[in-house]
Design a protein around this ligand. Structure first.
Ligand code: COA
Length: 187
């Protein structure tokens, strides 16, 4: 069997190989997952989910929705920077902002998976609705769910903001850079 070498132009770290012809085909065989959310701000629960996803999928795109309806505390650019800072270096994870339909964003990035977190049964109804609509809009994209570590099942960005605003300690829930940004914004 000939040695498997990356195709020209592909990063050596790319492990996606066609086992029929032993050539690395870029997007055609890579499983690209999109993890969308508002991330206002990113919490350790999100980070936990992204680390799990990075072990499963070839590429994970953390897609940060502008989501003006949620009146975010941080601008889109700030949320992107906070996510990048909190994640550190994960070679197959990238961070993008978007203000379009998620289904269109997925198609533009050749993603075949939309990844969402399920923390509790109460998340299910909303997630079921989102998944149904996204399937209608993008029939070739599957929504998949991961559960975060049990220690994070009660976490949400709104709760973290509320605790920080009232002077509570959020160091167990967010990265240091996020905590500093919260203190700066809320003091
Ligand atoms: N750990 C901690 N918290 C988590 C979590 C985890 N693993 N997973 C979700 N959450 C929290 C979030 O912090 C957030 O908390 P908040 O409401 O207090 O801010 C909450 O759960 C859910 O928010 P999030 O995951 O950010 O999703 P969202 O509901 O804000 O965003 C989008 C949903 C962005 C995916 C959706 O609005 C979207 O697709 N927008 C693009 C436009 C579009 O296509 N619309 C049609 C959709 S069918």
């Amino acid at each position: 069997m000939p040695p498997l070498t990356p195709a020209p132009g592909l990063a050596a770290s790319c492990r996606t190989v066609c086992y029929d012809c032993h050539i690395i085909h870029p997007e055609t065989t890579m499983t690209i997952a999109i993890y969308p959310g508002t991330f206002d701000p990113i919490t350790n629960g999100h980070t936990d989910l992204i680390q799990r996803a990075a072990r499963i999928f070839d590429r994970v795109i953390v897609a940060i929705a502008a989501n003006p309806k949620k009146a975010p505390l941080f601008t889109l650019a700030e949320r992107i920077a906070l996510v990048e800072g909190a994640l550190g270096t994960l070679p197959n994870v990238e961070v993008c902002g978007f203000d379009s339909l998620l289904a269109d964003f997925a198609a533009a990035h050749r993603a075949t998976v939309i990844l969402r977190g399920l923390r509790a049964v109460s998340d299910f109804e909303y997630e079921f609705q989102l998944a149904g609509m996204n399937r209608r809009l993008a029939p070739n994209v599957e929504t998949m769910f991961l559960t975060p570590a049990e220690t994070y099942t009660f976490l949400s960005s709104s709760l973290v903001k509320e605790v920080a605003e009232l002077g509570g300690d959020v160091s167990a829930f967010v990265a240091d850079k996020v905590m500093a940004a919260l203190h700066n914004r809320l003091r």
